[in-house]
Design a protein around this ligand. Sequence first.
Ligand code: ARG
Length: 577
Amino acid sequence: MSFKHQLELAVRRAMDSAEIPADCAPMVVRSNRPEFGDFQANGAMAAAKQLKTNPRQLAERICQALAEQLGERADKLEVAGPGFINITLNGAYIGAQFAAPAAATQRNAQTVVVDYSAPNLAKQMHVGHLRSTIIGDAIARVLMHRGDTVIRQNHVGDWGTQFGMLIAELEEQLGSGERAELALADLEQFYQAAKLHFDADPAFADKARAYVVKLQGGDSHCRQLWQQFIDISIAHNVALYRQLGVLLTAADTMPESAYNDQLGDVVATLVNDGIAVEDAGAKVVFIDELADKNGNPSPMIIEKSGGGYLYATTDLAAARYRQQTLRADRVLYFIDARQSLHMKQVFATARRAGFVEPSMQLEHLPFGTMMGADGKPFKTRSGGTVKLADLLSEAIERATALVAEKNRDSDIGADELAEIARKVGIGAVKYADLSKTRTNDYIFDWDSMLSFEGNTAPYLQYAYTRIVSIFRRAGLAIDSFAGAVAIELPQERALALHLLGFEELLEQVARDCYPHLLCNYLYELASLFMSFYEAAPILKEGVTAISKESRLALAMQSAKTLALGLELLGIDTMDRM
Ligand code: ARG
């Protein structure tokens, strides 16, 4: 149970003693000013309203009962204002939390499908795929850390009409002696070449169109060309995932094509159940819950007139698979905000058709767009899409210059410097994205993300190295350090209470899927550590043995939490930089 939950429980018990109905919440929050104590219980006001009684008197009653509940665990309890209860905890009690960490929260671990990244394989991955990839990955890590079973699903697009054109082009290039790996070394170029060919040569265009039909009909020649294309394309993506430090591997790929043989059944089921109807030759689901303001239901086409399934049809099959085969309790879709209507239509229809059970949570976690300095979607100077590979190379290049500059007189070798630069560069790009509220657009800016000041990855990575260096100077191993925490100074108290709030914070991140909350937490942790370190010297002469041990213990906890927090964001730390 998290530290705050224990307190909530004590307050709720005190409310029981004061005969306050069980549906009144204790409303425990961290105090935002030290003069209000460490925590405040603010539930008395709402309870008094419900009981039609004086809030201040009710708060006094709760406060008395709470004094009994907490005993020596609290130093001071007082009622303030209209009925706030200010709680100041006992320093020894706070310190003891670090020695015997509260037993893990009893919760039902869930099976969670996380649908993220999911680029279309026809083209090279570009910056538009960055947000889904790194936000989804961070949330997957947090869920795993909390004990959920996470099933990653990379729902890549490998089945659109473009593939007819692409495999026809591949066939020609192979025919003139090219090897597939080389032909597809630059997918963007390959795509452009195929498109030019398609537009200029009617015979080629006819063949391309015929190949789509053949491919979807299972023709083995087309299928084999297509498979080569897909394998190489996925290998490109997996290389990028590695470089980015995200967990996705080839094994997490569950492409659109994998649902191909289920689409006919999906449509037939919906038609038989009267959920889909014929409309101008197409099969359409009309969704009443999503009707416009004139009452016209929202249409979702699941089969085109003349045949052919759609993106939505595949997503319906995927929802059913995630229920029936993967047996998910919760499915998270990290997809651009522009697909919100699509997701709502799919969820509503999957539920109505009974493809998913009522207990299964389906959540679309939308995100905003990455913008350039001009406030328009991020593009290259010439207005093209920015390839993800180029973006990451530039990040490492910039970080290399920065790290070299900072280490002009250091004895760190070239290999280690290169490794540091990689971690700083990639970390900066990821953190810049993760630290912005997911649902907003944000401006991509190299200088601010690579700054060692402010809420950035380099700042946090640096804060971590500073703590590690304290241990290095003390000749102690940080990993195996154990010591008792004894709270003396207000800065120690503030740092300790913040550290004890970590589990609670992760619970919130797991629930709401907002990684910026974790970023803010870590940034505040680093800042609290800096104030603590200024006020509470560790290795200076004259510090008592007890204080030294306690401060080292707090430093170690801070380092551990920083490293774990960054790891959950998918960001590496290092011992020096
Ligand atoms: N490939 C799609 C796109 O690039 C994203 C797929 C997201 N996942 C899903 N289940 N629809 O827009």
